[in-house]
Design a binder for this molecule. Sequence first.
Ligand code: SF4
Length: 359
Amino acid sequence: MTTKHATLGASASYTWINCPGAIRVAAGIPDKQSPEALEGTQAHDQAEHMLKGGKAAEGPFPDFAGDLLPYTDLVASLLDDGDILLVEQQVKFDEWVPGGFGTADTIIIHKNGLLTIVDLKFGMGLRVDAKENPQLRLYALGCIQEHQFMYNIDRVRIIVCQPRLDHEDEEQVTLEELLEWGEWVKVKALATLEPDAPVIPGLVQCQWCRARFVCRQRALDILNVMGSETLSPADIAMLHHHAPLAVKWAEDIEAAALAILNAGGTLPGLKLVEGVSRRQMRSDAEQVLTEAGLSRDQIYRQKFRPLGELESALGGKKAATPVMKLATFKPVGKPTIVEMSDPRPPMNVDVVADFPEGT
Ligand code: SF4
């Protein structure tokens, strides 16, 4: 499968919608694929193969079939006779976004006027939700642009399936609501074409921006935030709000420095050394340990298969629910600080622990 990237592509929409200047700042910077992105591409290739009727993994990469089953089962469960299934389909949405196109994982055009977009997210980092997800809404607009003249689509269902986080989310909008959003995103897209489009750092937009390693505005924003001398509770709250951006920025700076030194470049006051490594088992380790008198139980530790794979073995998520309710439990979540806008109710705290002086 060839992957094409549009300048105002759907997958980069979080960046250009939130930071209009990003297209200008990132111009000419190559789009290097991270190991996670490469793994995602391989998983999408396998999922495509499975949805088109294949079973085995193809190619010299890991077999992700077990992790992908919740996604392929979900797509199969949504299909009715006469529905049209399009897998890894390129869609153009340039009626709203100049030059905009992207590749949708799964599109289902149902007989009854419903359009379903299912997006596979193979990553295990951030949870991705369907509600107002610009990438998937752009795919939906692309389907309207390309297929509405043949099919009378009147509502759109958008589903995100993140099997390795056991996460699934859904949004449904009417055609009118989608088209209204299309007008909003058109304004955002046109703003990126302005010569002085502003550069606005933020966790969401910087995360996958090609300029994230070298963007001066991102560095300035973070260093300004970190410049306070003593911290009040309000400062701590503000820093907490910015901490994820600062942490991600520090990781990106580390990656940029590594890339320069690995390529034989120099950085003032820094050098490359061999890091700490851990012992690993050799391919004949089982034989060596068995000959030393260890049993299989002493050598190996058994692990449960991923939940999605177990549910699939039990006949799919729905059929598996009664058994999985008995077999699993959800421990109380660790106290976590979130923004006030988070829909979860505040946690009851009984004990007031000591906290640092001055706060
Ligand atoms: S790194 Fe962040 S602030 Fe800089 S251009 Fe990209 S999205 Fe904008």
